[in-house]
Design a protein around this ligand. Structure first.
Ligand code: NGO
Length: 542
């Protein structure tokens, strides 16, 4: 089958490589695949096709006559004088050393080496912009060129996916370490490609969050939005407000003991995410979804009486007393401390599903909080309800609406407000796949992986300003999940679908081809220990 994705070319290349390797006596168990026109159906195929990447790159030019093999003598040459590029090199060396057992020394250089892997901040075409890259794979050398360290990291993640799945093993594997030759020139459609993790309904440890960071970074997600507080739990240490964590952090859905991040742990997550080219966006939901804080400090309510802890799914519909000055002192402390620990530009203030606060008071509240966020030199994001307030140009509203007709949101998008697209019926990762799915909610319907893939972020919001859309985010709410495996099951394969919508040009979107490339991810997920949902819609490579 020849498609624009080059499946025909990829298959031809594989047949060529298989013949070559067989002639070289490399003894690979691939003979069953040689005679067919289909991609080899063996486990852990030793060489990928240059198109076998998620998200689909902008431009792919396979060199079907060659391939590259990493060997024990390979060196990683990295642009001298750039700490970001050096960190990228360390990431690449980190996983490759583990699985190949090769020493892979890192050498600082100013031009491409004639062998091994070079990571350079020169010579990339202007078209790749600040986040893109050019990856050139030749017989002797692999070269990634970009204009920023972020671009180099994206190129590394493309190379990562072109390596055999065994490259992700945590112990030394036999190889061979083959990648297909050719040139990929690539850049994202949107600057913001996010994943959200709700650590409030159930708490997740630092180690679990780091796992998730590793997994999402493989798909060029560059923002991790952490939902740090809600009715059922408060998860971040705030100096001067100790009961937020000692009381508000000690609950969760179902009555478990919860947990929280110290400021040192939060900084650790931020730094780890940064090493994977991911910026953390902290969210403190307000003035509703705040029962854990009210339970900790009764003075934040209008009655001064702390409500009981709330550990069910849903909301007790309590809210901050928006007319009290102590509430703004509280918000200023929280926002100020979070801003101080967060190098990224965004800070999310929630703003969704507020009950018991009049429309006028809500608008005034959001405007005041926007000022507090701006005073701490951050850009405010809020769930789409914040569009009711007077938002500054550049503030961001996150569309989680299941309809296309949110006229208030459409209107503000024409007046400088930016949009992040997270329609719940497409990219809420907490929704069940099907009626049979055990984990998840279903208020937005069932969301199979083709639903996650089958929409256009630019045109979803009718009458909206398409150029106001800065990207796509896939939120994972945690009412029904408690473990890393639960996270993985709901995120994979839908997270890569959302990632492709955020990265790849609209012209490349095609469900059949995407499903094929998605299916090829399975061996890697298995090696990485990712327990994913085997959607019957995807031709999984075993
Ligand atoms: C809604 C609600 C959250 C729930 C989530 C569950 C938003 C923005 N507010 O999304 O509190 O956890 O649905 O799917």
């Amino acid at each position: 089958m020849i498609t624009a994705d080059g499946l025909g070319k990829a298959a031809a290349m594989r047949r060529h490589v298989i013949r070559t390797l067989t002639a070289l006596g490399m003894g690979l168990a691939l003979t069953a695949a040689v005679s067919t026109d289909r991609l080899p159906m063996v486990q852990a195929a030793p060489i990928a096709g240059l198109y076998d990447v998620v998200p689909r790159p902008v431009s792919v030019e396979p060199d079907t006559a060659h391939h590259h093999e990493f060997t024990a003598g390979a060196v990683i040459s990295v642009q001298s004088g750039s700490s970001g590029a050096l960190a990228d090199a360390q990431y690449l060396a980190g996983f490759l050393r583990r699985s190949t057992g090769f020493p892979l020394p890192i050498r600082q250089v100013s031009s491409a080496a004639t062998n091994g892997i070079s990571l350079l901040l020169s010579g990339a075409p202007e078209s790749v912009g600040r986040q893109g890259y050019r990856l050139t794979i030749g017989r002797a050398a692999v070269v990634i060129r970009a204009r920023t360290a972020a671009g180099l990291f994206s190129g590394i993640q493309t190379l990562h996916q072109l390596l055999p799945a065994a490259a992700d093993a945590s112990t030394k594997q036999p190889g061979p370490w083959l990648v297909p030759a050719g040139v990929i020139t690539d850049h994202p459609r949107y600057t913001y490609r996010g994943a959200m993790l709700d650590v409030a309904r159930h708490f997740f440890s630092v180690a679990t969050v780091k796992h998730y960071i590793d997994e999402i970074s493989l798909y060029k997600i560059n923002y991790l939005h952490l939902h740090l507080s809600d009715d059922q739990g408060w998860r971040i240490e705030i100096k001067g407000w100790p009961r937020l964590t000692s009381v508000g952090g000690a609950t969760e859905v179902g009555g478990g003991s919860g947990g929280f991040y110290t400021q040192t742990q939060y900084r650790g997550i931020v730094a780890y995410a940064r090493s994977r080219n991911i910026t953390v966006v902290p969210e403190i939901d307000m003035p509703g979804h705040v029962n854990a804080a009210l339970h900790s400090y009764g003075k934040l309510t209008c009655s001064c009486v702390a409500p009981p802890a709330y550990t069910k799914i849903g909301s007790p519909n309590t809210s901050l007393c928006v007319s009290k000055s102590v509430v703004y002192d509280f918000i200023n402390d929280v926002v100020g401390q979070l801003a101080g620990m967060t190098p990224g530009r965004y800070l999310h203030i929630g703003g969704d599903e507020v009950v018991g606060v009049s429309a006028d008071k809500y608008k005034t509240f959001v405007a005041k909080v926007q000022t507090i966020v701006t005073n701490h030199h951050k850009t405010m994001i809020g769930w789409d309800q914040v569009a009711a307030a007077k938002l500054s140009s550049g503030s961001v509203a996150q569309d989680w609406d299941t309809t296309h007709t949110n006229s208030r949101l459409a209107d503000v998008s024409h007046h400088g407000v930016k949009l992040i697209m997270s329609p719940a019926n497409h990219v809420y990762l907490d929704q069940k796949y099907t009626k049979q799915t055990k984990l998840g909610l279903s208020w937005a319907g069932y969301v199979e992986v083709d639903d996650a893939y089958g929409w256009n972020p630019a045109t979803y919001l009718h009458d909206g300003n398409h150029s106001a859309v800065i990207g796509v985010e896939a939120p994972l709410w945690s009412e029904t999940i408690t473990t890393l495996h639960d996270i993985q099951y709901l995120a994979f394969p839908r997270l890569p679908a959302a990632a492709e919508l955020g990265w790849s040009p609209r012209s490349t979107h095609d469900w059949t081809r995407f499903a094929h490339r998605l299916g090829l991810q399975a061996p890697r997920w298995t090696v990485m220990g990712i327990r994913f949902y085997r959607s019957p819609l995807v031709p999984w490579r075993s």
